[in-house]
Design a protein around this ligand. Structure first.
Ligand code: HEM
Length: 215
């Protein structure tokens, strides 16, 4: 009982932290649309930034804002229409963000290593989100939930990237090496954590079923 209470509290705390960080990064990122405030010089030199940066930022930042709300169980259960509409907005955001991200991956000034990192992220992001949508349309909701967890772990890469990028130079990496490394580090651990979470959740759910089969 106490263990369950603590796990619930821990999950809520983790959700709140992820939601605040996601909203912060999303809101700050929208500045690229009117080109306001400090803009990363290397990104403005991306070969395909016009018009793809706008497509990318508008879509990806909106997905980052919408995503966390979709994981609130109460909102999902009581406001189904809201969940469906926000889901459409999330998926549209990911498709626009992923397409823009994929095109820009071919034009990064940091070279092909970073390009392959961002490009792979874009392709896997599009695939996981597409699978999540397909499963929802097929009314396979357990699979839908699992693919959405994978999709959001990748969307959240925008947050982890901005956490790692300032830390790596403190460990002695040049900005360029840090940038290349983060194009992988920002999302591969997120995806591994999502898989571990899904395996744990599946094991927890099948344990009572197994126990009832044995008794
Ligand atoms: C998850 C898949 C994503 C991919 C594949 C991706 C890809 C890219 C690429 C290739 C660039 C240009 C980098 C360069 O030219 O050096 C970029 C920049 C940018 N992306 Fe993404 N991105 C993703 C997610 C997101 C999300 C969820 C956001 C939401 C806020 C976001 C916001 C931005 C912003 C604001 C920039 C400008 C650069 C900066 O301020 O660091 N991206 N992205």
């Amino acid at each position: 009982m106490t263990g369950q209470f603590n796990r619930g509290q821990f999950n809520r705390g983790l959700w709140a932290l992820a939601a605040v960080l996601s909203a912060g990064v999303a809101i700050i990122s929208y500045r690229y649309l009117p080109r306001l405030g400090p803009l990363a010089a290397n990104v403005m030199q991306n070969l395909f930034h016009r018009p793809w940066l706008d497509v990318h930022v508008a879509g990806a930042a909106t997905a980052l804002l919408a995503g966390p709300l979709q994981f609130l169980p109460r909102l999902r259960a009581r406001r189904r229409t809201f969940h469906r509409w926000l889901g459409r907005i999330y998926v549209t955001g990911c498709l626009a963000g992923g397409s823009g991200g994929l095109v820009m991956a071919f034009g990064v000034t940091a070279g092909p290593i970073a390009g392959i990192g961002f490009g792979s992220l874009a392709v896997i992001w599009l695939i996981t989100t597409g699978q999540a949508l397909r499963m929802a349309l097929a009314r396979r909701f357990d699979a839908h939930r699992a693919w959405m967890i994978r999709s959001f772990a990748l969307t959240f890469g925008a947050v982890t990237l901005r956490l790692y990028l300032p830390i790596l130079p403190l460990l002695g990496f040049s900005f360029l090496d840090a940038y290349r490394l983060t194009s992988y580090l920002a999302w591969i651990p997120n995806l591994i954590l999502a898989e571990l979470y899904l395996r744990g959740a599946f094991a927890r759910r099948s344990r009572p079923a197994l126990a009832s089969q044995q008794s």
